[in-house]
Design a protein around this ligand. Structure first.
Ligand code: GAL
Length: 929
């Protein structure tokens, strides 16, 4: 047993239900904090916190400046936490070699998260899944003899090496003692073997590496695995994807009551390590807009409200921003280049229609602190049976919360029911379709007293001279809010319509209204500070932004996004984005006299929109057919001899030598083989492992023999072909060469702990037919260490990749100039290169896309390189992706850009390249700070 420093670490962290952990200061200048918990929530320095968390993958957004942009967007929309997977393979091209610089600088990422004000859930695996090649394992791990996710020595040595590199970085950013904002640390992911010792090893290694925050695991599917007993971390986390992953689906199932987890979770909070926020989409799939529709606002309201009812006070939405699985990072079975995921923020970082509900919920759990500690009182009797009213109470303040939805959560009907509120009130609440409402009663709303409301609370704030409360409901539905006063207050309806009645016996001010646009009510007197009550429908509510400034909370209405607020004397400085000119209204402390928007004084209550942008047409394409490897005269003596007779791979080859690409150190992208033979075989039979949607092509003595597609049927990994050599082409006494180009679409994930990531890639079997002669083979692929800047997964083994065609300074003057569309007359690889000079406004955020337009009857695919970066793969006859997002760290917005496309035509008649255009995917004024 090699559990490391278990005893020493145990002394570092004393975590018990309700007891703050005793974490000693490691350096005097660092602030230390305690993280404790009980059955209701985590507590930071004794104060309850609802972690409303967004899953974000830095490796899917290769630009640290844009990390800040997206994290600020999370923060502005109410998230107070971000969950980060760390992808081992993104950092390690070879055993012992690790890179944490540039787009891999996770130290900087954790700094940014802290600066933006987000807590961090750190999830470094070692296994993470995440629809990544090998589920995040480095390519070199596929050649290990030992089984991954077990105690095998070689596997353990490898993950310890990863932990020892990544954990010290995470440790430097812990809230407990690192001066940062990391609050939780996940070991493994959905670990479904029974190996408690392996889990103990991981826990001990994390502690030995300096991790002092609570550890949790993400249990696949709520099975209470690793909830307690040997191998269990401090906390129990789990995940669920109730709408699953087929985005053709137009509906979703009923919500689940998760209270069955309580006995297993005990006196610890409920944690969603992941709750569905969208879905992945495979090659040939329906596209991410369908995923966004499947998991849209109705889904979000139904499921996340149910999670609030079930007290999941650690709530991580996977994904909230998906991004791009650029380079060769993707698992081939379930995703293509885009990992947009139909998430709340799309691949180009824009807010979608899924943001408003998440924002309402985030603002609610942050503002209504009584929600953080609630006990179930149970289902209220006497309501219309079609409607379920579930009551919860804060045991300290006795504030009550009513969770209202249809009894049958799949019902699309419209119903209404009276329900009872303490004090003998029986308001009516409506449920139209698959709606869910969280209503509040008996609650101290800042310095006001809310008797009850049939509107939902979004947020409320104390601005000194007055309180402001923002309540909302579905457009067109009636609402009723009752507030308590000592004497009759003065009520003015400033805009919209509301009726008021005063009940002197109870001291109740009753407002009735219909949610429609914005109704503003000002209440003065009655023995309380003034109240500005904002009653909004859903669309209007989403135009409000709550910010925590240095002088306290601020509410802003109007712009597309408000990132931050800071008060300097009588000036309030706001930073944010607009998509059009529009109005800006500020609810701030009375001292504020001047408002600055992105550094400029706001006059007349309006802020400017973006200026229009234009893009150059992509013309003057340089063109070069480039398959020198197929030429019999090509000198392959510098290639690696593929002569292994044994392999660690659990799948043994049908023929020898072993031709698996990983066994020769080539883990990503395309791999070339040249087989030399003499004699008079009549043909060759080959099997290739490409992963789903892969392709390979064969030549003999320079003559194309054919192309094979692996196809997209579920489970497709490999494909075979038999090729007959053309008459008279083989010279029995001379050197003949068969050349094979195989695209490795990526390695499988290893979710089932069955070593599926080792499913071999490259040629799996090769047999010359019609003779007993055999070939001697050489192999050439991409060296994962070659491009340190762009990383191990940027390049494969195409000749052009190795000759530098994708790079900006490559001299292509002698290439042929063509215009698009351009038709190809031979199978194999041809390169197209052009440049584009952009001059986009510096103060605008213009996400840029590269669009491909062609008839799917043309059988070709393109690797897309922008300024040398492999931003993805376009497959013309599969799709569904036709637009590729080019992040700004890769694309120069002011200056020249090189676009190089490596096009693989499957045949000599339908290949080539269709139209390719640059376009704006959005246009915003911004101040990213
Ligand atoms: C989970 C897994 C994640 C991701 C997700 C689906 O089961 O933990 O890594 O694969 O499914 O997107």
């Amino acid at each position: 047993m090699r559990w490391r420093s278990v005893v020493a670490t145990a002394a570092l962290l004393v975590l018990a239900a309700g007891t703050p952990s005793a974490v000693p200061a490691t350096a005097e200048h660092r602030t230390t904090h305690t993280i404790s918990y009980d059955r209701y929530s985590l507590m930071i320095d004794g104060e309850r916190v609802w972690l409303w968390s967004a899953e974000f993958h830095y490796f899917r957004l290769p630009d640290p400046e844009l990390w800040r942009d997206q994290l600020e967007k999370f923060k502005a929309t109410g998230f107070n936490a971000v969950s980060l997977y760390f992808s081992w393979e993104y950092h390690s091209p070879a055993p012992g070699v690790y890179d944490f610089s540039g787009v891999r600088d996770v130290d900087r990422l954790l700094d940014i998260a802290e600066e933006v004000g987000l807590h961090v859930l750190a999830r470094p695996g070692p296994y993470i899944n995440a629809e990544l090649d090998s589920g995040g394992y480095p390519g070199w791990l596929t050649t290990q003899a030992g089984r991954a996710r077990t105690r095998a020595d070689d596997y353990q040595a490898a993950w310890e090496e990863w932990f020892d590199h990544v954990n010290p970085i995470i440790a430097r950013h812990q809230l407990t003692d690192g001066g940062g904002s990391v609050v939780l640390f996940q070991i493994e992911n959905e670990y479904d073997r029974d190996d408690a010792v392996y889990m103990e090893e991981l826990k001990a290694a994390a502690r030995a590496d300096g991790i002092t925050v609570p550890l949790f695991h993400n249990d696949k599917g709520r099975n209470l695995r690793w909830a307690s007993g040997p191998g269990a971390p401090d906390l129990y986390g789990t995940d669920t994807y109730p709408a699953a992953f087929d985005c053709n689906r137009t509906s979703f199932p009923a919500v689940t009551d998760y209270r069955f987890l309580r006995p297993g979770v005990g006196d610890r909070p409920f944690i969603w390590g992941e709750f569905q926020g969208g879905a992945f989409d495979p090659w040939g799939g329906p596209g991410y807009e369908r995923c966004r529709a499947m998991t849209g606002p109705t889904f979000e309201r139904m499921f996340y409200h149910n999670n609030i009812e079930n007290q999941f006070t650690v709530h991580n939405v996977y994904m909230t921003y998906g991004g791009t699985t650029w380079g060769w990072q993707a698992d081939p079975n379930v995703v293509y280049t885009s990992y947009d995921y139909g998430a709340a923020f799309n691949e180009q970082r824009e807010l979608t229609e899924k943001v408003p509900v998440l924002k309402q919920q985030a603002y609610l759990v942050a503002s209504v602190r009584d929600l953080l500690k609630t006990d179930d009182l149970g289902q209220q009797a006497g309501t219309d049976p079609a409607i379920r009213v579930w009551v919860k109470e804060n045991p300290d303040t006795h504030a009550k919360f009513y969770f209202v939805r249809h009894s049958d959560p799949t019902s699309a009907a419209s119903n209404a029911t009276p329900f009872t509120v303490d004090g003998g009130y029986t308001p009516t609440v409506a449920v139209n379709g698959r709606d869910f409402k969280i209503l509040t009663a008996g609650y101290d709303l800042e310095r006001q007293r809310l008797v009850y409301s049939t509107s939902e609370i979004m947020t409320h704030l104390d601005l000194g001279d007055r309180d402001v409360a923002l309540l909302h409901g579905r457009a067109g539905e009636a609402g009723e809010t009752v507030l308590r006063y000592q004497s009759e207050p003065r009520v003015r309806v400033l805009s919209g319509a509301a009726s008021t009645t005063w009940d002197p016996a109870r001291g109740d001010l009753r407002l009735t209204y219909v949610h429609s646009g914005l109704t503003r009510v000002r209440v003065d007197g009655g023995g309380r500070p003034p109240l500005e009550l904002l009653l909004a429908d859903g669309d209007t509510a989403s135009t409000f932004w709550r910010l925590d400034s240095n002088t306290g909370p601020v509410l802003v209405r109007g712009p597309y996004l408000v990132r931050s607020a800071e008060q300097r004397g009588s000036t309030l400085q706001l930073r944010g984005d607009t998509d059009a000119p529009g109005s800006l209204e500020v609810f701030a402390r009375p001292q504020v006299r001047v408002v600055l928007w992105n550094g400029r004084v706001v006059r007349g209550g309006t802020v400017p929109g973006p200026r229009p942008v234009t893009f150059p047409a992509l013309t003057d394409w340089g063109y070069l057919r480039d398959v020198p490897e197929a030429d019999p005269a090509f000198d392959d003596r510098g290639w690696v001899a593929a002569d292994h007779l044994t392999t660690n791979n659990p799948t043994k080859p049908a023929t020898l030598p072993v031709l698996y690409t990983d066994d020769y150190g080539f883990h990503y992208g395309d791999v070339w083989y040249r087989g030399h033979f003499t004699g008079a075989p009549t043909g060759i039979t080959l099997t290739a492992g490409t992963g789903r949607a892969g392709i390979w092509s064969v030549w003999v003595n320079g003559v194309p023999l054919g192309t094979v597609n692996t196809g997209t049927a579920s489970g497709n990994q490999n494909s075979s072909g038999t090729f007959t050599f053309p008459d008279g082409l083989i010279r029995p006494d001379a050197d003949n060469v068969v050349s094979v180009l195989v695209r490795n679409m990526g390695h499988n994930q290893n979710g089932g702990s069955n070593d599926n990531h080792k499913a071999p890639r490259g040629l799996l079997a090769a047999t010359l037919t019609g003779s007993d002669t055999t070939a001697t083979w050489r192999i050439n692929g991409g060296d994962p260490r070659r491009d340190a800047l762009r990383g191990p997964q940027n390049n494969g083994g195409l000749h052009g990749e190795q000759a530098g065609y994708p790079l900006p300074d490559f001299p292509d003057r002698d290439w042929t100039t063509v215009t698009l569309p351009h038709r190809e007359t031979a199978p194999g690889i041809a390169w197209y290169r052009t440049t584009a000079r952009l001059d986009l406004p510096r103060d605008q955020d213009v996400p840029v896309g590269l669009r491909f337009t062609d008839d799917p009857a043309h059988h070709y695919r393109a690797l897309i390189f922008v300024n040398g970066w492999n931003v993805g793969q376009y497959v013309n006859d599969l799709g569904p992706q036709h637009v590729f997002t080019l992040p700004q760290g890769i694309l120069r917005h002011q200056g020249e850009n090189t676009i190089a496309l490596a096009v693989w035509s499957a045949d000599g008649s339908t290949g080539g390249l269709g139209q390719v255009t640059l376009e704006a995917l959005g246009n915003y004024t911004t101040d990213r700070g």
